[in-house]
Ligand binder design. Structure first.
Ligand SMILES: *[C@@H]1O[C@H](CO)[C@@H](O)[C@H](O)[C@H]1NC(C)=O
Ligand SMILES: *[C@@H]1O[C@H](CO)[C@@H](O)[C@H](O)[C@H]1NC(C)=O
Ligand SMILES: *[C@@H]1O[C@H](CO)[C@@H](O)[C@H](O)[C@H]1NC(C)=O
Ligand SMILES: *[C@@H]1O[C@H](CO)[C@@H](O)[C@H](O)[C@H]1NC(C)=O
Ligand SMILES: *[C@@H]1O[C@H](CO)[C@@H](O)[C@H](O)[C@H]1NC(C)=O
Length: 258
């Protein structure tokens, strides 16, 4: 049994005196400590009643893995974009991330498990999702039915450049099937936000840290770019694309090539 790594756990809170989250600005926790948690994921935990923020602690030359010579979590490996979701079925917490070697040639998804949200998390394995490559990794849990999805781009190669939304099994130990593919969109850093009526997918064009926003919208279940205005106006500094899917039903969301 190996402990993967300690988790930065913090209530999702701006400093007490700060009313707004400012993209590009420095965020501090309630202790005044700079939040250093990149490629992050936010998980709401029913048990603790808190939002938990999981991310990469990035400093100059920060080793990403704790175990020497391990094929997936040695300090030479890449451990990026950790996300955590809870499985009611097995009553445990599952962390998934982009697992890779230093030249980004493996393109795998890492998996670790813990009985408490704060960890420590025990490494399980790193695998190719449904046999495919997986680069930037995101995860989304639908609050309406509790189902979780893995979001990942499949790399920069000619055969890649897609972004997948794949459903996970109930115990969050594996992917089940690809439910949607953004073909050759060549986007990265996928995430989904859910409102009562809609699902919004936000992703970046591969323009480094330069903001690059476009929009998509669909009423048919297909995720297509929205040529819109509000998001651009409100989030001018966010690097991402927004996709909106009208949530006709959860079945729509899961439909293959809907
Ligand atoms: C925040 O400060 C309190 C009081 O000094 C301390 O007990 C706690 O460990 C700190 N938490 C973190 C995450 O640094
Ligand atoms: C990373 O993995 C790829 C695919 O197996 C391999 O071609 C490449 O040499 C590896 N890089 C390193 C630094 O081991
Ligand atoms: C794997 O990726 C390729 C290229 O995007 C795609 O044609 C294929 O359908 C994918 N398979 C699955 C199961 O995701
Ligand atoms: C997780 O679910 C899969 C089927 O979805 C099942 O094969 C596997 O045994 C389950 N594992 C645990 C630990 O419950
Ligand atoms: C945004 O991405 C698109 C598609 O890759 C590209 O054509 C455009 O030049 C990018 N814009 C900026 C400001 O980088």
């Amino acid at each position: 049994m190996r402990v993967l790594y300690a988790i930065l756990a913090t209530l999702l809170a701006a400093p007490a005196n700060s009313k707004y989250i400012v993209p590009g600005g420095r965020w501090h926790d309630t202790n005044g400590t700079l939040i250093n948690a990149h490629g992050a994921g936010i998980t709401f935990d029913q048990k603790t009643g808190r939002f938990w923020w999981f991310g990469e602690y990035k400093t100059q030359a920060q080793p990403e893995g704790p175990i020497d010579s391990h094929p997936y979590i040695s300090p030479d490996n890449i451990i990026q974009r950790p996300k955590v979701a809870y499985s009611p079925e097995t009553d445990d917490y599952h962390m998934w991330w982009h697992a890779d070697n230093s030249t980004y040639g493996l393109l795998l998804q890492g998996h670790a498990v813990s009985s408490t949200i704060g960890g420590p998390y025990t490494f399980v394995d790193a695998t190719a999702p449904l046999g495919n490559w997986s680069q930037d990794f995101g995860m989304f849990t639908d609050y309406k039915d509790g189902r979780s999805y893995a979001l990942y781009s499949n790399g920069d190669s000619v055969n890649g450049r897609d972004v997948y939304i794949s459903s996970m099994n109930d115990n969050l130990t594996a992917l089940e099937k690809a439910v949607y593919r953004f073909p050759k969109f060549d986007l990265e850093a996928p995430s989904i936000m859910q409102t009562e009526k809609s699902y919004w997918a936000l992703m970046s064009h591969k323009t480094g840290y330069r903001p690059n926003i476009t929009f998509s919208r669909s009423k048919t279940g297909e995720w297509t770019p929205i040529k819109g205005t509000t998001y651009t106006a409100q989030n001018a500094k966010t690097s991402g694309d927004a996709y909106k899917q009208e949530a006709v039903s959860k079945a729509t969301y899961r439909a293959e090539n809907a």
